[in-house]
Design a protein around this ligand. Structure first.
Ligand code: GLU
Ligand code: MG
Length: 443
């Protein structure tokens, strides 16, 4: 769409400001609000941000990733992708637009831009004649002020497991969110109260991978924004509470060939699955330790894993088996797909989905066969290997997985590792409330 046409359309819709946003390394949205009459200039020259924005911790520390502080905090240029313009329903007069990052030197795509990493991974799968279709499922907790400066679970009553209505949602958060999301056209389909008190899940329709990652990224921003508007806080933290389960980022994935035919389906294959599906599963299992670094990217992520949690613990797969890391849902034909249950909701959707696509690509390319599927209830450590049980172990696995790094881009992987190892280092120096409670009185 030409800029003139876009500006004309926005003006017709009563929009006078465009919010240009993009994902940093950890999947939080950075951006600028631009007056609509200046959009032409921004399309022409881009928006300048300090590259260090990609390497900023949630607390605002600039993490010393090579190429940031050591190069004098250079610029990155953000160019709006006008095909992503959509009105923000809770902010009348404002439209949201995703941006792409470029290195101003040579005007090349910025290798650490998560959207760029995603495009590259999808292109690699494309080399095998495959297009991935991805359906994201995100869970989150909604919190309300506890009256003492902290936060507690919203409408926290036990047993509201997968219910709809005011039983577990006295403020009709789900209804309001669904109606807002519909106007944003990001493929939200349905939602309900999840397993734990104050926990919700909203499902997004499946689509081609880059588009699905865009929608999952926007979904997280939207839910957090909507909650703030209601004086609440939505958190996608993997395991925010000791007494409740965590929040997953389950990703459904199928692959189509050039004719739009689902290539995971094979009525004559074992379990109705094709050789390609088998190799795709094999790739995900083989690269799972490294994938954890992308799909479980925080210190806290590893507290979600465990037996009997609905979150995974072992590197295994099963047919319609929710105790496995990778579940193959029962549908076949056009609905043949895998559901990777590994990820938690803190994952940057671009990077988590990129990792999955890269592992599928490697599995199909290298013809990796998976072990036999899990039967019955899982969690047998003599049968399947354990997932990494901490972030440093997962980061070492990513560091050692040269095949995955080659698909995702070595520059990106080395920046991601530097950023995350700094997080590990900062945490290891930090005295937690658990330590004080455990030791202070008796020791
Ligand atoms: N909350 C679980 C997780 O962390 C998943 C629950 C479900 O199966 O929906 O993965
Ligand atoms: Mg769920």
């Amino acid at each position: 769409m030409s800029t003139e046409r876009a500006v004309q359309r926005l003006s017709e819709q009563g929009i006078d400001i465009v919010r240009i946003g993009y994902s940093d390394l950890i999947g939080t949205e950075r951006g600028k609000d631009v007056l609509v009459e200046r959009l032409g200039d921004v399309v022409e020259s881009g928006l300048a941000f300090c590259q260090a924005v990609y390497y900023t911790s949630p607390q605002g520390d600039v993490v010393p990733v090579p190429g940031g502080i050591d190069r004098g905090l250079p610029d990155v240029t953000i160019r709006p992708d006008l095909s992503t313009l959509v009105p923000l329903p809770w902010e009348p007069g404002v439209a949201s637009c995703l941006g792409d990052a470029f290195d101003p030197v040579g005007d090349k795509p910025f290798p650490e831009s998560p959207r760029e990493v995603m495009r590259a991974a999808a292109a690699r799968l494309g080399e095998l004649g495959l297009t991935a279709l991805v359906g994201p499922e995100l869970e989150y907790f909604l919190l309300e002020p506890d009256g003492a400066g902290g936060w507690r679970r919203y409408d926290d009553a036990p047993g509201n497991v997968y219910v709809a209505g005011t039983r577990g949602d006295r403020g009709s958060h789900v209804l309001r969110a669904l109606r807002m999301l519909r106007q944003m056209d990001i493929g939200a389909t349905m939602g309900n109260h999840e397993f734990s008190g104050g926990q919700f899940e909203i499902n997004l329709h499946h689509s081609e991978a880059v588009n699905a990652a865009d929608r999952a990224f926007r979904f997280k921003s939207a839910i957090k924004e909507l909650a703030r508007q209601d004086g609440l806080m939505a958190t996608f933290m993997a395991k925010p509470f000791n007494d409740e389960g965590g929040s997953g980022f389950h990703v459904h994935l199928s692959c189509d060939d050039a004719d739009g035919r689902n290539v995971f389906d094979d009525p004559d294959g074992a379990y109705g699955l094709s050789e390609t599906a088998r190799h795709a599963i094999g790739g995900v299992l083989a690269h799972a330790p490294a994938l954890a670094a992308l799909l479980n990217p925080t210190i806290n992520s590893y507290k979600r894993f465990g037996p009997d949690t609905l979150a995974p613990w072992l590197i295994d797969w099963g047919l319609d088996n929710r105790s496995a890391m990778l579940r193959v849902p029962p549908e076949r034909g056009a609905g043949s797909r895998m559901e990777l249950r590994l990820g938690d909701a803190t994952a940057n959707p671009y990077l988590g989905i990129s990792g999955l696509l890269a592992a599928v690509y490697l599995g199909v390319r290298d013809r990796i066969d998976p072990p036999a599927p899990l039967e019955g209830y899982g969690y047998d450590t003599s049968r399947s290997p354990l997932l990494p049980m901490s972030l440093p172990v997962a980061l070492d696995a990513l560091d050692g997985d040269t095949a995955l790094a080659e698909v995702l881009g070595k520059e990106f992987v080395s920046s991601f590792l530097a950023y995350k190892r700094n997080e590990v280092e900062r945490f290891s120096q930090f005295v937690t409330d658990w330590e004080f409670r455990e030791y202070a009185y008796h020791l």
